[in-house]
Ligand binder design. Structure first.
Ligand SMILES: Nc1nc2c(c(=O)[nH]1)N[C@H]1C(S)=C(S)[C@@H](COP(=O)(O)O)O[C@H]1N2
Ligand SMILES: [Mo]
Length: 241
């Protein structure tokens, strides 16, 4: 069975499909490029923080954060248990193509390795988490957002929600992560799959992700409704609204 899948993955048909998704992803990014470039998280003229610069040219430790060697667990207290067999991801709302992906569908998309820092609004930062996952922009390319779509709402299996503008969500480091340090993502950190948005505070990354809703108007998620900043830029100390 494994051999069969391997062969299928190598056929011209599947490769050209992969190629098409990559092309669609690049077109989508182009649509948002000027907004992506003008958002402060990667082009802030006066970022606040300390330490050597990261690869976005930002001081590695954002203002009023401290480095921790552990990776603390923070959430609403419910850790849903979702097997890979039962796992589904729905992309819907302001899109041309509603999609529901199985685990195998997700694994067949381009997988990215990316070492990232993780900044929690409660002031801890964890450096160098080695993630493997699929870019959100790859998934968006599958669903084909309508021209009027400008935002997403991410929904977790625990009922958690968090919202993002597409200009942040389409950045290359925004991933749906299934592995950390070469191991399956632990359930308490959102496994089997969570989102990570390294340029913003960590509450913007939904654990146990199961739905990405594309929207023409912005709407506030769980913490955004309860006084957290809607923009959440760590290098601007942008914690609360
Ligand atoms: N589904 C879900 N995702 C969530 C949360 C949650 O309660 N439920 N909490 C958020 C918050 S406030 C933070 S700081 C990070 C923490 O991720 P970690 O537990 O892996 O450190 O997850 C975010 N994603
Ligand atoms: Mo948080």
């Amino acid at each position: 069975m494994l051999g069969g899948q391997f062969t299928k993955h190598r056929t011209g048909l599947t490769m050209s499909k992969t190629e098409k998704i990559i092309q669609a992803r690049l077109r989508l990014r182009e649509r948002f490029l000027s907004k992506i470039k003008s958002s402060p998280s990667i082009s802030d003229p006066e970022p606040m923080g300390s330490g050597p610069l990261n690869r976005h040219g930002m001081p590695r430790l954002p203002i009023d954060q401290f480095e921790t060697r552990k990776w603390p667990v923070l959430d609403l207290g419910v850790h849903p248990e979702i097997s890979k067999e039962a796992w589904r991801l729905t992309l819907d709302g302001a899109v041309q193509k509603d999609c529901t992906l199985t685990w195998a569908d997700l694994m067949n998309l381009e997988q990215i390795n990316n070492v990232q820092d993780f900044h929690c609004v409660t002031t801890w930062s964890r450096f160098d988490l080695n993630f493997m996952g699929v870019r959100l922009s790859t998934l968006a390319a599958l669903a084909e957002p309508l021209p009027a779509a400008g935002y997403i709402m991410c929904h977790g299996f625990d009922g958690y929600t968090t919202n993002l503008p597409l200009s942040e969500a389409l950045k290359d480091d925004v991933l749906l992560v299934s592995q950390v340090d070469g191991q399956p993502l632990p359930r308490e950190h959102g496994g089997p799959v969570r989102m990570v948005v390294p340029q913003l505070y960590a509450w913007k990354g939904a654990k146990w992700i199961h739905r990405i809703e594309f929207m023409t108007e912005d709407r506030l998620g769980y913490w955004e409704t309860r006084g957290y900043s809607n923009t959440a830029y760590p290098w601007r100390n942008d914690r609360y609204s």
